[in-house]
Structure formats: structure tokens, C-alpha cells
Design a protein around this ligand. Structure first.
Ligand code: PHE
Length: 451
């Protein structure tokens, strides 16, 4: 059977941006910025995007495009000596991330239903923002929405790359962008706007701690979908004569812009209405409905915006499942339908404890796994802050030091050579070392930053 490919180059860019732009930007980035003191966190994040994110994005597109294979097959094709274990690590990361990602995806579904049915119209700001806590501690509805979201993911992945993923990216990404922009314009009129700008952009480096550095770097991997093979997989559906660097830079820039816009939309609301986002993971959900009540036309914009978040989450979730599924299709020759349903069910099942540990099931919610993190937070911590960065180190070393120079140079032949060489230098010498140092610093073996 002939392997699938993207219809157009734009199709690739939008699909890869669709993978990158998701709950990482809209849900996770704002709450991590909030928890880690704002601007200093954002500053480290931006630094990491350039020194770590962009070079690895380039490397992953290269690995996929030059082999046209799933992550495991791609490493085998480029070097037959055990490096494909990185592909395995990536598939495992995809499995872990998707399990709890779908729980948050379910939250977006529920908020869509709440806003479209007008459930918040008669409530006060405080009641609306407390509603999040009531919702996450309701076990049956957590399970219901997690399952509904999973059905949607499976539905799209069964259709395959061109029909499912490319079309979804082409339609929803541009609309999301425009609407987000409109909401930021509205939020900028609120009285808390200038306080938000201060909070977000005037760095106070005394707030930097070991954990915030690690979180910021982990978040750059998570948000750009790097370190686990999603971009390798999407790159593998590219046609071989396309340049790489411009696409990589476009995806990175769009992703970063959306994350910053999300903060500019959310923080003015928190500061203007003195909301206390009790559970910080609820920041997005406890602020947006308040915003919709205040803004003109909010009753209509609310549900549309939640619908767009659902699509942004779906296009990312789909790329997570696609990494797992593409392996079973390419290497084990499973039909797409069988691979999607079997793997989808397994990941859904792993998501159940994540759905129930935020209060839905008292006993489970009390169990702390890593530090004082519950099941959900522990999986996220493990995947974003350890598995993706470790995958990233190996992808950088593999591309910089192991792959033959000829293969590499010929894949980048159509790119601007000076920029290519500069990025390759960073990828070889700086990226892996920097990521390694951050991980080492966190273990406490080496202390570069204290606090
Ligand atoms: N980048 C996605 C987001 O920001 C999440 C994701 C992580 C997708 C890793 C694929 C791989 O929501």
C-alpha cells in the first residue's frame, strides 16, 4: 500500500502547527506562568524556544522527511545501530501524554456545553470561577467527558492523515488565530491590563528557581510537540524536495505567538476582577466564562471560542495518537482502523486515574506520586520535564553527530546555508549540553541554580 503524504506544503505547516498549538499553549502555558511568577518564567521559556526548540524542530522535520518513516523506522533507516530506542521512548511519551491530555480535552467539551446552554448567565464571577472545582471533583462527569473526547480523537485518526488531519488543520487554525486576537483586544481594555503586562514582561530574576527553569524548558518541548516523534511523524508525510528551515521557524513562531496571546487574554481578567484561580490548573476555565459575560457579544463568542479550543486540542491529541498508530501500521503492518482502536482504548484506560484524581475519587486524589503531585500532575511532570527533554537530547546528538553529513546536507540543500550552519552548530554543541545541564541541576547532582 502506498504511504500517505500531505497534499500541499501549507498542509504540512498547518498540520504541524495544529500539533504544536493546543492545550499546551492555551491551558498549560498560562497556568505555569502564573505558578512560576510570570515574567522570569516567560523569559526562560523564550530563551529555550530559540536555543532548544528551534534546532530540535529542524532536526525532527529532517529525520521524518529524509526517511518517510515512523519514528522507530526512521532511526533504523538513518543508522542501523540501536538508535531506534529513541523512537520507543517517543511512542511511550505519546502514550503517557495523551492519557491525561484527553482529560483536559474533556474539560473543554464540558465548557463548550456550559457556555452554549447559557448555564453561567445568572451566576456571579466568584460562582463561575468556583464551578471548575465542583466539576473536576465530580467523578462520573470526568469519566464521561474524557471518554467523549477520546471518541473524537479516534474518529479523526481512523480517517488517516490527509482526510482527517490536514483538513482539520486548514480550517480551524486560522479561525482560532483571529478569534484569539479579538479577545486580546477586548481584554486589553480591562483595568488589569497594565498590571498583566508588568506581571508577564518585566522579569524579576530573583524568582527563578531550579523548578521554574525545568518547567520552562519542559514546557518548550511540550508546547512545540518535540522530543517524542510527533514532528518526525508529520515530517515523514512531506514530499522530499521541500525546504525545512522556513517551515520550522514558522511553526515555532506561530506556537509562541499563540501562547503569549493566551496569557494576554487571561491575565487581565484575573487582575481586573480579582479572581482567585483556586486550582491553578483551572485558570483557563475559571476565567474565560467570566470574560464572556463582560464582553459585548460574549454569549455568542463564548461557545465559538470553546469550540476552537476543542479543535486545537483535537489536532494536538491526534498527533499524539498518530505517533503510536503509525508504528503499528508501518512496522507491524496492522490496518489503520485496528491500530487506532486498540491503541486508543489502551490510552483511554490509562487516562481513567488522571480523570479521577482531581477530587473525583477521594482515595486516589489523596495519593501523591512524585513529590506532592497527584497521578495527573505526576504523569505530566514525568513526560514534559523528563521524557521529552531526554528524547530531545538524543534527537540532537543523533542529528548532529551520528547521521551521515551527506544525508544531512542534501536534505537541507534548498535552505539558506548560513542559517542552516548556525542552527546546526547550536544543535551539535549547545542544545544537548544545555538540556542535560538543566536535568542534572534538577537532580541536585550539580547545582547551577539554587532555589
Ligand atoms: N504541543 C501540544 C500542545 O501544546 C501537545 C503535544 C505534546 C502534542 C507532544 C504532541 C506531542 O498542546
Amino acid at each position: 500500500m502506498q504511504r500517505e503524504s500531505w497534499n500541499t506544503r501549507l498542509g504540512f505547516i498547518l498540520a504541524a502547527s495544529g500539533s504544536a498549538i493546543g492545550l499546551g499553549n492555551l491551558w498549560k502555558f498560562p497556568y505555569e506562568s502564573y505558578e512560576n511568577g510570570g515574567s522570569a518564567f516567560i523569559f526562560i521559556y523564550l530563551f529555550s524556544i530559540i536555543i532548544v526548540g528551534l534546532p530540535i524542530m529542524m532536526a525532527e522535520i529532517f529525520i521524518g522527511k529524509s526517511t518517510n518513516k515512523n519514528p522507530i523506522g526512521a532511526f533504523k533507516a538513518l543508522h542501523p545501530s540501536g538508535w531506534h530506542i529513541i523512537g520507543w521512548l517517543g511512542i511511550t511519551s505519546g502514550f503517557v501524554i495523551l492519557s491525561y491530555y484527553s482529560v483536559v480535552g474533556g474539560w473543554t467539551l464540558r465548557y463548550f456545553f456550559q457556555t452554549i446552554s447559557g448555564a453561567y448567565l445568572s451566576l456571579t464571577d466568584a460562582q463561575i470561577s468556583n464551578d471548575f472545582g465542583n466539576f473536576v471533583s465530580n467523578g462520573p462527569s470526568q469519566l464521561l467527558f474524557h471518554s467523549l473526547f477520546f471518541l473524537l480523537i479516534i474518529g479523526i485518526v481512523i480517517f488517516g492523515v490527509r482526510k482527517g488531519i490536514e483538513v482539520a488543520g486548514k480550517i480551524f487554525m486560522p479561525i482560532l488565530f483571529i478569534l484569539l486576537f479579538i479577545m486580546v483586544v477586548f481584554a486589553s481594555q480591562a483595568k488589569g491590563f497594565s498590571r498583566s503586562i508588568d506581571f508577564l514582561f518585566s522579569p524579576d530574576f530573583s524568582k527563578i528557581t531550579t523548578t521554574s527553569v525545568m518547567e520552562a524548558m519542559g514546557q518548550s518541548f511540550f508546547s512545540l510537540s518535540l522530543g517524542m516523534g510527533a514532528i518526525i511523524t508529520y515530517g515523514s508525510y512531506m514530499k522530499s524536495d521541500e525546504p525545512i528551515l522556513k517551515d520550522a521557524a514558522t511553526i515555532v513562531a506561530l506556537d509562541t505567538l499563540i501562547a503569549i496571546l493566551a496569557c494576554l487574554m487571561i491575565f487581565p481578567i484575573i487582575f481586573s476582577f480579582e479572581l482567585k484561580p483556586g486550582a491553578s490548573i483551572g485558570i483557563l476555565f475559571s476565567t474565560l466564562p467570566v470574560l464572556f459575560l463582560k464582553m459585548p457579544g460574549g454569549i455568542f463568542i463564548g461557545p465559538i471560542f470553546f469550540l476552537l479550543i476543542i479543535f486545537a486540542a483535537l489536532t494536538s491529541a491526534v498527533s499524539l495518537l498518530e505517533v503510536v498508530v503509525s508504528y503499528f501500521i508501518d512496522e507491524l503492518k496492522w490496518p489503520r482502523k485496528k491500530a487506532t482502536i486498540f491503541m486508543g482504548l489502551a490510552i483511554w484506560a490509562l487516562g481513567i486515574p488522571s480523570a479521577l484524581c482531581n477530587g473525583g475519587w477521594g482515595w486516589l486524589s489523596g495519593i501523591k506520586i512524585i513529590g506532592n503531585r497527584n497521578f495527573f500532575d505526576s504523569l505530566d511532570y514525568l513526560a514534559s520535564n523528563w521524557m521529552l527533554p531526554i528524547g530531545g537530547i538524543f534527537i540532537a546528538i543523533f542529528t548532529g553527530w551520528v547521521v551521515s553529513k551527506d544525508t544531512r546536507n542534501s536534505s537541507f540543500a534548498k535552505d539558506h546555508q548560513l542559517i542552516y550552519r548556525a542552527l546546526m552548530f547550536i544543535l551539535k554543541f549547545i542544545t544537548p549540553l544545555l538540556v542535560f545541564m538543566v536535568l542534572l541541576n534538577t537532580t541536585g547532582i550539580v547545582k547551577l541554580i539554587t532555589g
